[in-house]
Structure formats: C-alpha cells, structure tokens
Design a protein around this ligand. Structure first.
Ligand code: WQD
Length: 338
C-alpha cells in the first residue's frame, strides 16, 4: 500500500515512516520543512537502508497535492502536518486556523478529486479540555481551552460530517496523549525549535546541562505529589498505533480512538525516571501553574484495544532511556555534527 505522510519529516511522522517501512508498506513523505529538517530524511535512509521518497511542498497547495497523490498512486494518507504549540496558538490564532483547518480542507479536497478516500488524522487529547475525571474515554465531552485544541476539534467535526455525507470515506481519528521518547537508534527524536514547551525534551536539555534548571509548573494540583499527571506514550508505540489504524480501516467507515498507555505519571515521577535512565541530575524548582494546564489527563485504552487490537508496550523507563540516547547523541538534526 502506498501511503502519503503529510508532515512526515516531523517527530511523529518520521517514526511512523520507519514503522511503515518495517511493515512492508510504501510511505511517501510530503513536507515543507517549516517545522522539521531535511536532515531527518538522511537519517531515515541511514536507519531503513532504503531511499526516502519526499515531495517538498505545502499540504494546502491543492494542485501540488493532487499531483503527488496521482504520481505516487497514493492509497491512504496519514495527516501529521500542522502547527501544535498551545502557547503559540494563543498568540497567533490565525496562523493555526490557516495551517491546521485550511490545510486539512485542501488535503481533503485533493483526496476527493483523486479518489483517495482513506485517511488517518493526528488528533489530540487536548480536545477533551479539562476532563471531569480520569481515565478519559472517547465519549467524554470535547471542549477547547486554546486555538490549537479548537483546530483539532473543528477538524474532527469536519471529518465526521464528510464521512456522514459520503460513506466511501474511511477515516481514523487518533487522539494522541503525550508522545515522548525517540527511535532506539538515537538518530531521530523530538527536535523542538527554541526552548521546549513540552516536559520531556526540557528535562533532557537540563540533563545535558543545556539548560540550568527545570521549572515545574505547579505543585498544588489535586494529584498524589501535587504536580501535573499525564499519559506519556512512547513515540514507537504511537507509530504502531497508526499501522493498526490503517489495518482497521478496511472494515470501518470512521473510528475515533485514544492512543495512550492508560497510566498517568506526575512531573516529579518523570523527573526521577529520567534521572534513573540518564544517571544525571535534573535540578528543578516549583513555579506557579501554567495557564491552560489541567491537573490530570490520561487515557482509557479499552476502545483502541477493541477496535485496533493495539496497546502500548513500552514503559516510562524505556521512554526516558530512548529520549536520553537521542539527546546525548545528536539531540537535534539542524546543527549536530554527527
Ligand atoms: C506536561 C506536564 C506541565 C513543561 C501538550 C499539548 C498536547 C500535546 C502534548 C501536541 C504538565 C508540566 C511542562 C515544563 C512542567 N501536544 N511541565 N515544566 O501540556 O500535557 O500537552 O503537549 O499534540 O496537545 O496540550 O504537555 O509536556 O507541555 O506538559 O512542569 O517545562 O509537564 O505543567 O503538567 P501537555 P507538556
């Protein structure tokens, strides 16, 4: 099966690319490198020992995407391309509605025109807003606390409406919880541009002394140790979830599942796990809560297991060990001298 990965040079996309190769599928990357580096393609070739097929361009360029789908006889699309920084979305909402919602619309139009109607969409647990309880199931109410989360919610509704209007569409909406870790080779991983917004890459940069100290945002939450609890999932498990979704689409019109581990860890538990994995100290200080953060967010994994036959395999220690190998090895793909 020929599969188009929009944003395939990015963090989740590149790891899914490798999983597809191992599974014997034929991925094609479409990326404009606005939030990734072409160096990732060299690393993917090094790891897979196969040439990478990449089309340089923007997913909103309708004629370009149509041509790519036809040129490569694309049978399914996994849509990773989009902006994903919560704080940035509050400052630049128009950029997020343009990149994410208009980009998705143009992609769907190109798919419709070329008769390619199988789609896997990267959604996010952020559509659950501040959940009333945990674990979170897929029927929990959705809400948004920022424009980024709103774009995910709007796109989900677009997909539901399109599939209801035309049942020939087969779609999987995958709600990621907190993706972390890196490929075991240490050659690809999460490569934030500028100071990381997310916890794991920030901890990793403190461990290598690229940053002096970790700010722990809030220690007065109603959680066991007062710090925020999240469902961290290894990016390798996440990649496998996409393959399971593609396989499930032969028998479903549209499915929506959580991709998480079903286990929540606090900030301090992650810090301790990373210190164990790296053998390095991660100094931290408590700071006031971060606007928009929720106390706890972790998944019910029952539906993913039922519909996809998939569940996460890797634990927090593996996530930290792989994140550490990536950080101490290259840690980035832009300026690294490897
Ligand atoms: C995790 C915990 C913070 C940084 C976001 C998006 C979500 C997805 C993942 C895209 C929280 C605490 C963090 C730091 C800290 N993104 N923290 N110090 O906010 O759960 O989810 O990223 O798909 O959609 O909403 O992830 O890693 O930013 O925060 O104390 O320097 O770590 O308060 O409790 P989050 P995160």
């Amino acid at each position: 099966m020929n599969v188009l990965l929009t944003g395939g040079a990015g963090y989740i996309g590149s790891h899914t690319y490798l999983a597809l190769i191992v599974y014997g599928l034929k991925p094609v990357i479409l990326d404009d490198f606005s939030n990734s580096s072409p160096t990732v393609l060299e690393r993917l070739e090094l790891i897979s020992h196969k040439p990478v097929v990449c089309e340089l361009g923007n997913v909103a360029d309708l004629p370009f995407v149509e041509a790519v789908i036809q040129r490569h006889k694309i049978q399914a699309v996994i849509h990773f391309a989009g902006s994903k920084a919560v704080g940035e979305s509050v400052a630049l909402p128009l950029r997020y509605y343009d990149n994410n919602v208009v980009g998705m619309t143009r992609l769907l139009q190109a798919m419709e025109k070329t008769g390619c109607r199988t789609l896997v969409f990267s959604s996010s647990a952020t559509v659950y807003g501040d959940p009333a309880k945990v674990p979170i199931t897929e029927i929990f109410p959705r809400s948004h606390t920022n424009p980024y989360g709103h774009t995910k919610l709007v796109i989900e509704d677009m997909l539901y409406a399109l599939q209801a209007a035309d049942s020939s569409w087969k779609m999987a909406v995958l709600r990621y919880f907190n993706p972390v870790g890196a490929h075991p080779s240490g050659l690809i991983g999460e490569d934030p541009q500028g100071p990381p917004n997310n916890l794991m890459p920030y901890i990793a940069q403190v461990a290598v002394q690229q940053r002096p100290i970790l700010n722990v945002y809030g220690n007065d939450y109603p959680t066991p140790d007062g710090t925020g609890v999240r469902d961290y999932i290894h990016v390798q498990d996440l990649a496998q979830g996409h393959i399971a979704a593609l396989q499930a689409l032969t028998s479903h019109g549209i499915l929506t599942v959580n991709l998480g581990t079903g286990r929540g860890y606090s900030v301090l538990e992650v810090v301790k796990a990373f210190e164990r994995a790296s053998g390095k100290s991660v100094p931290y200080q408590f700071m006031p809560r971060r606007a928009g953060d929720v106390a706890q967010c972790y998944a019910s994994t029952a539906l993913a297991k039922q519909l996809l036959g998939w569940e996460a395999q890797l634990d927090l220690d593996s996530m930290c060990a792989d994140a550490w190998r990536w950080q101490k090895g290259s840690g980035n793909v832009s300026g690294s001298a490897w």
